[in-house]
Design a protein around this ligand. Structure first.
Ligand SMILES: Cc1cc2nc3c(=O)[nH]c(=O)nc-3n(C[C@H](O)[C@H](O)[C@H](O)COP(=O)(O)OP(=O)(O)OC[C@H]3O[C@@H](n4cnc5c(N)ncnc54)[C@H](O)[C@@H]3O)c2cc1C
Length: 448
């Protein structure tokens, strides 16, 4: 028997795992396992499955089941290795699954191999094949620019045609001998953004809408730093994180767009951002568990401390800095906030409050609907000065940032309506410690 273990590769198209099942002569099955520990709360009060993230995952699995039918998608919940070994004991199989991104998954695959399971892996997340980037991995570029300049010279690569329904129709399904219930956390209502409708079908629809119907890419480079709105950036991150769309598919659709409408700085810049993602992905492959250490890739002593008062206020979106609290409220309610907000949240967490950047990364991990281990931890380390190109870390000046990116306070009014029609000057003064607003006092005066 051949078993496909899906993790964050919840799609049919451009997926070598389905091809491996279609090529197999005997019985086959496909399984998604929700790790039980994602729902366990740790000492800091965090877990790994915030409500918006869970909703996306549940919808993505439902969509995949529907696309696969009548071939069944088995859903299990528990400790992945224990469940797979229990299944293997009752019904031996060879396992097909995508390459581990993070050390935790690498550990799972190693335990399965040690227990005698034959494991075959394939790539599902990156743009490039390992052979293409192999020379870079030997001496990994210390900066994104060094990486980008090399990979931009690679020849174009192809995307396989959509998975043929006929291939799936040939699959002979094996029944799963195990049963476990599925215990989803409480879900929010309908997603607030169409891009947060989970699954391959919705992701394909959103990509088409964003690029070809709305043609929002036409202003990407100028709008991508905005804080609020539906089309300021692509909102493709969740589809990419759960790999409901392959990054190769997105890349090729951008090339298709360029064929139709011409290439310009905007279309180039979206590909540029996909290369940032690629950089963090390969960096994690190279550096492994080092990224999660207190000093990150620098190997230096830990940065930041634990301050329970600041941490509590952060978790309740009550820092007394309205710009930051609005971003936290959006993140916790929807599972998303813009890149510009993420940078400012991380900068305040690390450089103003002096908290350990790794706690901030775990906070994002719980909530982000697009949580991607390499991009999240890579960006947090970068801002902390514990990642690539460390210098002094990246400290952002929120006042200057809002003057540039949201002087009309559109985002703040949306997420803190109780403040009424305040001006940027009033908010800045309050954040500096002058109690001008009927709002919590700042934890610290924001002296910038
Ligand atoms: C502290 C912090 C944490 C982050 N955590 C995540 C995360 O867990 N998952 C995640 O996908 N992105 C993360 N990002 C990167 C970025 O903020 C999001 O990818 C982006 O905001 C998602 O919106 P979008 O799809 O509209 O992006 P767009 O601007 O439309 O970009 C297109 C795609 O490029 C990729 N991309 C863009 N910027 C980056 C970047 N800086 N690093 C890596 N990839 C990028 C994403 O896949 C994104 O979907 C983080 C950034 C910061 C500063």
């Amino acid at each position: 028997m051949r078993l496909l273990w899906l993790r964050n590769d919840l799609r049919l198209d451009d997926h070598a795992g389905w091809q491996a099942l279609a090529d197999y002569q005997g019985k086959t099955a496909a399984v998604y396992i929700l790790p039980a520990h994602w729902q366990k709360t740790d000492a800091a009060g965090l877990h790994r499955l915030g409500a918006a993230k869970a909703a996306y995952l549940q919808q993505a699995l439902a969509d995949l089941s529907a696309r696969l039918a009548p071939f069944p998608l088995t859903l299990l919940q528990g400790e992945p290795v224990e469940l797979l070994l229990a299944w293997h004991q009752q019904q031996p199989f060879e396992l097909v699954t995508h390459v581990a991104q993070a050390p935790e998954e690498a550990g799972w695959l190693a335990r399965l191999c040690d227990a005698g399971v034959k494991v075959q892996t394939f790539e599902a997340q990156p743009l490039f094949e390992p052979e293409q980037v192999a020379p870079l991995l030997e001496k990994f570029p210390a900066s994104f620019t060094g990486f980008r300049k090399k990979v931009e010279k690679f020849p174009a690569w192809s995307v396989p045609a959509p998975q043929a329904a006929a291939d799936l129709g040939r699959l002979q399904a094996a029944n799963c001998p195990l049963t476990t219930g599925f215990d989803w956390p409480a879900m929010p209502g309908a997603p607030v953004h169409p891009a947060w409708q989970g699954g391959e079908t919705a992701a394909q629809g959103w990509l088409k809408h964003y690029l070809f119907e709305r043609r929002a890419l036409a202003h990407y480079k100028t709008s991508r730093n905005d804080l609020a709105g539906r089309y300021f950036s692509s909102h493709l991150s969740a589809a990419l994180a759960w790999s409901c769309l392959s990054s190769r598919t997105v890349w090729h659709q951008i090339l298709e767009y360029e064929q139709q409408w011409g290439s310009d700085e905007h279309s180039y810049w979206l590909r540029f951002e996909l290369l940032w993602r690629e950089y963090f992905h390969w960096s994690l492959r190279v550096h492994g568990s080092q990224l999660f250490a207190a000093g990150g890739l620098t190997g230096k002593a830990g940065l930041g401390v634990f301050n329970p008062e600041y941490w509590q206020a952060w978790c309740e979106a009550r820092t007394g800095w309205p710009m930051i609290d609005a971003g936290l409220k959006e993140l916790m309610a929807t599972g998303f906030c813009s890149n510009r907000l993420r940078q400012n949240l991380a900068s305040c967490f690390i450089h103003e409050l002096g908290l350990d950047w790794r706690l901030g990364a775990r906070f994002f991990e719980q909530y982000l609907v697009d949580f991607d281990v390499a991009s999240n931890w890579g960006n947090w380390a970068y801002i902390a000065g514990a990642g690539h190109d460390p210098r002094q870390g990246r400290r952002f000046n929120p006042h200057r940032q809002w003057r540039q990116y949201d002087p009309g306070l559109t985002h703040l009014h949306q997420w803190l309506p109780e403040l009424g029609t305040v001006t940027l000057k009033q908010v800045e003064a309050h954040q500096r410690g002058e109690r001008l607003l009927d709002y919590s006092a700042p934890l610290l005066p924001l002296e910038c």
